[in-house]
Design a protein around this ligand. Structure first.
Ligand SMILES: Cc1cc2nc3c(=O)[nH]c(=O)nc-3n(C[C@H](O)[C@H](O)[C@H](O)COP(=O)(O)O)c2cc1C
Length: 425
């Protein structure tokens, strides 16, 4: 079977400074409309899924004044989107640190049933101090400890999903028996971090169970992904880093290696000139104070730095218990081409992953280069926040990718697993 390119789009509305960009309307109603529009446009482009990041906090105080409010909770948002779309996958970020396994298992399988088998779970370990402060006063769990908790969380969630087999439901009306009791599996989990009896009370979905995504690319994160991820969301700032990462993932020795879908920030214009103009607009409108506040969460402190001066590398912690991929990724960006602080902060608007700006051909060329060069199996596209960018991508870049035989012309199936070519577990 020919290798298929996979495309997902980041669904989070108004991230960063985008609330301020020309043509953007704010407020709950307008944001809901734009989230629905993003999903419908992605489905029109036969994308695999819409993807929601999430961090269980409102960020550090330094960013509060500069941040929009309508960052809707992802399970609630995707439940709404499951009624606005038919084929598009719905991937939600859920914390394996602060969200109880029973809640996660139930919310995820509910979304999978509501959407007819289109749910995915991006397993994260919540790294932010500001998140830990919302779940007690014990501070952030140590990095590797978070992954140990995540290990058990995933184990419990799977046991709960396995409470019901494909043949547990018998629906014997004359006998008044709905489930074959002998086929209800009670987890009775007693672990280091959780005690969860179960069962969950949900039959398997049309795709069996939600697809497991994972984000976190430190050595511990990669080992976790090797054991659990079906798809890895990562941030690799350039082709060589992407290729090295994918090679390592493929050396995990799994029969079916996880798919690797790095983030890709994009700006597309009908011409190179128009794309440059759009990029200049974002450069003029992005809020450096917001980026500085966000970077503090991953132990990079540029408070008071001269925006037009060189990036002081002393601002980067030597190591972190927070987000090791981010710290390493941003340090790499800060040392590429001697940017000023302002240029570096602008670069962080699409985080520490790859990005491309240009005509539809240039954007398609970059996607093809990574895909055929084995640096990615697909991408989580991060539109810049300028209105209409995803429409331009679907109307002008997708046709090029199809003509080159890289991307599907239509959906072959109607579950997320079908889109990703993953078998039912
Ligand atoms: C591309 C990418 C996206 C991430 N998205 C989220 C997110 O939405 N929410 C979150 O709490 N953590 C997110 N993380 C953080 C990781 O899930 C991870 O738990 C943590 O940062 C530690 O990972 P690491 O040190 O292995 O990178 C993301 C990490 C990466 C690499």
């Amino acid at each position: 079977m020919t290798r298929q390119l996979h495309l997902l789009v980041l669904g989070n509305p108004r991230f960063g400074s985008s609330w301020r960009y020309p043509g953007v309307v704010n407020g709950p109603a307008a944001v809901l409309d734009s989230v629905i529009e993003t999903a419908k446009t992605a489905e029109r482009g036969t994308f695999d899924a819409i993807f929601f990041a999430d961090t269980l906090n409102y960020g550090l105080e330094a960013a509060w004044a500069h941040k929009a409010t309508e960052d809707f909770e992802p399970f609630t948002t995707t439940a709404a989107l499951s009624r606005e779309t038919e084929r598009l996958g719905l991937v939600v970020t859920g914390s394996a640190t602060f969200q109880a396994p029973y809640h996660l298992a139930r919310q995820l399988i509910s979304l999978d049933h509501l959407s007819g088998g289109r749910a995915g779970w991006n397993v994260v370990t919540s790294f932010a101090e500001a998140a830990a402060a919302n779940f007690g006063d014990n501070g952030v769990l140590a990095h590797d400890e978070r992954y140990r908790v995540a290990e058990e969380t995933l184990d419990v969630v799977r046991k709960l999903w396995d409470s019901w087999g494909a043949d547990t439901v018998v629906e014997d009306r004359p006998a008044g028996v709905y489930n074959d009791r002998s086929k209800i599996h009670v987890p009775n989990h007693k672990g280091e971090f959780f005690t969860v009896r179960g069962p969950l009370g949900a039959a398997p979905s049309r795709q069996g169970r939600p697809v497991i995504f994972q984000a976190g690319s430190s050595p511990t994160g990669r080992a976790f992904a090797a054991r659990h991820a079906e798809v890895i969301f990562t941030g690799q700032g350039d082709f060589d880093r992407g290729r090295a990462f994918l090679e390592q993932v493929h050396s995990f020795g799994r029969a079916t290696p996880p798919l690797v879908t790095p983030s890709l920030g994009f700006i597309v214009g009908s011409t190179e000139e128009e794309a440059a103009r759009l990029e200049q607009t974002v450069f003029e409108q992005f809020i450096p104070e917001y980026q500085i506040g966000w970077l503090q969460e991953v132990d990079i402190d540029l408070t008071g730095a001269d925006l037009d001066g060189p990036v002081p590398l002393a601002a980067f912690a030597a190591s972190t218990e927070t987000h090791q991929t981010a710290l390493a990724g941003y340090r790499a960006l800060a040392t590429q081409g001697n940017p000023t602080v302002r240029e570096f902060l602008f670069r962080t608007v699409t985080a520490f992953g790859a990005r491309v700006a240009g005509s539809p051909e240039r954007v398609a060329d970059e996607i093809e280069r990574w895909f055929t060069g084995r640096a990615a199996d697909g991408f989580v596209l991060a539109p810049s926040g300028l209105p209409g960018q995803l429409d331009v991508f679907v109307d002008h870049v997708v046709p090029i990718l199809r003509r080159r035989g890289l991307f599907r012309h239509e959906y072959a199936g109607d579950t997320l697993r079908a889109h990703l070519g993953l078998s039912r577990p």
